[in-house]
Design a protein around this ligand. Structure first.
Ligand SMILES: NC(=O)c1ccc[n+]([C@@H]2O[C@H](COP(=O)([O-])OP(=O)(O)OC[C@H]3O[C@@H](n4cnc5c(N)ncnc54)[C@H](OP(=O)(O)O)[C@@H]3O)[C@@H](O)[C@H]2O)c1
Length: 208
């Protein structure tokens, strides 16, 4: 698939790099090729190309959003996604590792409001980027689970294909409003890491 990344920092690069190595065509969507994150990403993986943001969206099937949550509104509002899939990897995190929107609504629903021409799917938010860099747990037969949410079934199926390439089993939790619970899972995961200092753990999905 043709993939574009708005945000190519820790999360964006981990996903972009692994997906490019799984033979997807990956473009960094950035209006400034001199930014450190863009330069660093291309140094690490010269197969990543760069296009201005709207051009990158136009040229792609799926767009990833991996910038600080506070930057979302300004970045998203002028863009036309033409009904393409927008994967929301962002988390609204507030003071003291609290929900940044006081749990009144999910960040993903805000993203959908700011990008009405996109079909938003929440994914890749419930773990730290370390588990996106390397999703392998060789001592276990179960794959790590990636919980996703979104209103469009076909969009979620496309994200599921990418999850598989990234080494995750997908668990569809339902409509985009479920993202609020995924965002709370993120807070739980981060608080556990703060307590035990170990980011290299994930959840698994076992079903009888
Ligand atoms: N870190 C994690 O473990 C983790 C895990 C899951 C989800 N998340 C979420 O993923 C998102 C990205 O986190 P990250 O850790 O990857 O951040 P990061 O390493 O700081 O990278 C942020 C990226 O966003 C870009 N950016 C920053 N401000 C921007 C703005 N105003 N407009 C456009 N682009 C901007 C940066 O580009 P420039 O170089 O141009 O500034 C950079 O490419 C956040 O919403 C975070 O909550 C993080």
């Amino acid at each position: 698939m043709k993939l574009a990344f708005i945000g190519i920092g820790k999360v964006g690069f981990a996903l972009a790099n692994n997906l490019q190595k799984s033979n997807h065509e990956v473009v960094i969507a950035h209006n400034d090729v001199t930014r450190e994150s863009v330069v660093h990403a291309q140094q690490q993986n010269p197969n990543l190309t760069v296009l201005p943001v709207q051009e990158a969206i136009n040229a792609s099937d799926i767009i990833f959003l991996a910038i600080p949550f506070r930057a979302n509104e300004e970045i998203l509002k002028p863009l036309d996604f033409g009904n393409k899939v927008l994967v929301d990897c962002t988390n609204p995190v507030g003071a003291g590792i609290s929900h940044g929107l006081q749990s009144t609504t999910s960040g993903a629903e805000m993203v959908q409001n700011w990008a009405p021409t996109a079909r938003v799917v929440k994914s890749y938010t419930i773990y730290g980027f370390e588990n996106l860099v390397d999703s392998s747990f060789p001592k276990h037969t179960s794959k790590p689970v990636m919980l996703i949410a979104g209103n469009d079934l076909q969009a979620k199926q496309q994200v599921q294909l990418l999850n598989t390439d990234l080494g995750f089993e997908t668990l569809d939790t339902g409509n985009l409003s479920q993202s609020l619970h995924l965002e709370h899972m993120t807070l739980l995961w981060v608080k556990m890491v703060r307590a035990n200092g170990q980011p290299n753990f994930v959840w698994a999905h076992l079903q009888r």
